[in-house]
Design a protein around this ligand. Structure first.
Ligand SMILES: NC(=O)C1=CN([C@@H]2O[C@H](COP(=O)(O)OP(=O)(O)OC[C@H]3O[C@@H](n4cnc5c(N)ncnc54)[C@H](OP(=O)(O)O)[C@@H]3O)[C@@H](O)[C@H]2O)C=CC1
Ligand SMILES: O=C(O)C1=N[C@H](C(=O)O)C[C@H](O)C1
Length: 284
């Protein structure tokens, strides 16, 4: 009897390798027996050429940090070129909102499956990337939040929203975060808005004596608020109100380890996807 050959580990490139999330992802990929780190991209000054394993205290991994995104992706796609359908390399990106669109498009162009954690893509950019992934027949995942608990909060919020006409969302993050509101908060609002109703009908003529105090208001009427403080990691509240009651849903991420099961799940699933999916709920 012949046994089938063992599956090759998934070739993974991490962009933002030295950042808060990227470093955690490298540790998770390194510990996963079915994954193999083949590239580490980062622009941190002085990091070019250093072994990423040594930089992160994992011992030598023989993967040099590079700022050359295209070169690294080209190399990764070459590594797997003879591996057959569904066996492509995967890019995990936790970089910066300013570059996320180009990185995602670049990965698809190289036939590398993107798993995008970086936030900041506009709805138009997302639609464009979905069309591009479809055209290229490349599975891709754009995941504003990899925590399963956050998906549960979002689903509870979307269910509760049927019964309330007043709702405000507050996201709270560490003060090194570049974008506001968070990608998660926008996604939560979008999921609630799938109901097609409007929220927060004006009760009085409001006047902000300090501009911005009432947060940002979406076309649906939902209000979003962003708090930035050292000491926070990532937190979100969705608060509904009705005469005589409030209903509050809250999720707290206290360690970035919370995101790793979702990241690995996405890495394992993305190569089988027919196109681009947006949101972890689409993979669970
Ligand atoms: N989807 C999710 O579940 C989560 C998403 N995020 C998102 O991930 C992103 C990153 O967050 P975080 O890890 O906290 O950020 P960090 O700033 O800690 O890390 C980003 C890293 O990417 C590097 N970088 C910046 N630009 C580039 C580039 N063009 N090419 C390669 N590397 C680059 C930075 O280097 P340099 O020092 O040069 O700036 C830095 O090392 C944010 O958009 C955040 O919102 C965060 C947590 C969870
Ligand atoms: O920057 C962060 O930290 C986080 N960013 C993501 C977002 O913008 O939603 C996910 C999580 O909130 C942590």
């Amino acid at each position: 009897m012949t046994s089938s050959p063992a599956a090759k580990p998934i070739a993974v490139v991490v962009a933002g390798a030295l950042g808060r999330m990227g470093a955690e992802v490298i540790r998770a990929v390194h510990a996963a027996p079915d994954c193999r780190l083949v590239g580490a991209i980062d622009t941190s000054p002085g990091s070019e050429g250093a072994d990423v394993g040594l930089e992160l205290g994992l011992g030598e991994l023989e993967v040099a940090i590079t700022a050359d995104f295209e070169g690294c992706l080209c190399q990764a796609s070459q590594l797997v070129r003879n591996d057959g359908p569904g066996q492509g390399a995967v890019l995990v990106d936790f970089t910066h909102p300013k570059v996320v669109y180009e990185h995602t498009r670049g990965a698809i162009a190289y036939g590398v499956h993107p798993v995008i954690g970086t936030t900041g893509l506009s709805p138009e950019q997302l639609a464009d990337l979905a069309a591009f992934a479809d055209k290229a027949s490349i599975g891709a995942a754009v995941i504003p939040n990899f925590s399963v608990g956050m998906v549960l909060l979002q689903q509870a919020a979307a269910a509760a929203a049927r019964f309330y006409d007043f709702a405000e969302l507050t996201e709270l993050h560490h003060n090194r975060k570049a974008d506001a509101p968070s990608g998660t908060c926008l996604k939560t609002a979008e999921l609630i808005e799938e109901l097609g109703k409007t929220f927060n009908p004006p009760q009085v003529e409001e006047h902000e004596t300090l501009p911005g105090c009432r947060g940002g208001q979406r076309e649906s009427g939902l209000r979003l608020h962003s708090v930035r403080l050292p000491g926070l990691v990532a937190h979100q509240e969705v608060m509904f109100g009705a005469p005589g009651e409030t209903y509050t849903l809250r999720h707290d991420t206290i360690d970035r380890a919370a995101y790793m099961p979702g990241v690995l799940l996405s890495v394992r699933r993305v190569r089988q996807l027919p196109g681009l999916v947006y949101g972890l709920e689409r993979l669970l």
